[in-house]
Design a protein around this ligand. Structure first.
Ligand code: SAH
Length: 245
């Protein structure tokens, strides 16, 4: 009896109570994700404001917490329009480039994608928004180990990361619907073309490994390959076997 009286006394002041609690709820969400606003601003200004129009790509970029893929001292810059250091002289690509490459790949659920150059694991996480079958190879052992552990810790448990030279692809899991190379190469590694399905697409920054490159899309068909030169980009160089030529 006593209890129900207390509840009924609360009813008239309920709207006021909600109004009082709302800001603290908002503060709570800010506390659990202090970069939510910065990320939203990045999506609107740097992606939508340019030519990123794919709704799912915008959703992925607005959901995945880039600040958790960089060292804590760079977290406050994670949603700025530039690359950031990830150790070993390597960088996590500018958000716009990650979004653009993802938009161009246009992955469908169930498709199998291979990334060369895991780096921080961020691009792999973005790819996993579209398909469960993400494979990624990193040539620097420490980066491969760190990215593998980071992805597991953040709950991206289906992404497969391996340490090795991505020049040779990942034959055990071939053929792939899409291959994305996130390091600059002066030629297309033939094993990657071999491991691409007919109708599959390969995206690679092609050109000088020390200056800038042209983001190039190759679509493999039974009649040959269709090559599209897209835009000028600057990536860290691909190393390993690719340098022999
Ligand atoms: N996609 C990454 C950034 C890539 S930076 C991210 O989202 O963070 C390019 C990465 O390619 C570097 O980590 C570099 O070590 C790696 N790399 C260079 N040559 C490689 C090769 N032959 N095979 C696999 N990874 C390579």
């Amino acid at each position: 009896m006593e209890n129900s009286k207390t509840y009924s006394r609360l009813i008239p002041i309920l709207p006021a109570l909600i109004l009082i609690l709302l800001p603290s709820l908002f503060a709570f969400s800010q506390e659990t994700d202090p970069y939510a606003t910065a990320r939203e601003r990045m999506v609107i200004n740097d992606l939508l404001g340019r030519d990123i129009t794919n709704r799912r790509v915008l959703e992925a970029m607005g959901t995945i917490k880039r600040h958790l893929f960089v060292a804590p001292r760079y977290a406050s810059q994670a949603y700025a329009d530039h690359p950031l250091p990830i150790g070993e002289g390597q960088t996590i690509s500018q958000p716009y480039i990650v979004a653009l490459m993802t938009q161009i790949l246009d992955l469908r659920p169930g498709e199998k994608v291979l990334e060369i150059g895991t780096g921080s694991g961020y691009q792999a996480a973005v790819l996993s928004f579209f398909t469960d079958q993400v494979y990624s190879i990193e040539i620097r052992k420490r980066l491969a180990q760190e990215a593998g552990m980071r992805l597991k810790r953040l709950g991206y448990s289906k992404i497969m990361v391996k340490h090795g030279d991505g020049y040779f692809g990942w034959p055990e899991h071939a053929p792939f619907d899409a291959i994305i190379v996130t390091a600059a190469a002066n030629h297309i590694p033939p094993p990657l073309m071999d491991q691409l399905k007919y109708g599959g697409r390969l995206l690679i920054p092609l050109g000088s490994t020390t200056y800038y490159q042209t983001l190039t899309k190759i679509t493999k068909t039974r009649e040959g390959s269709k090559v599209e030169h897209l835009i000028g980009v600057v990536f860290v160089p691909m190393i390993g076997k690719v340098l022999d030529r």
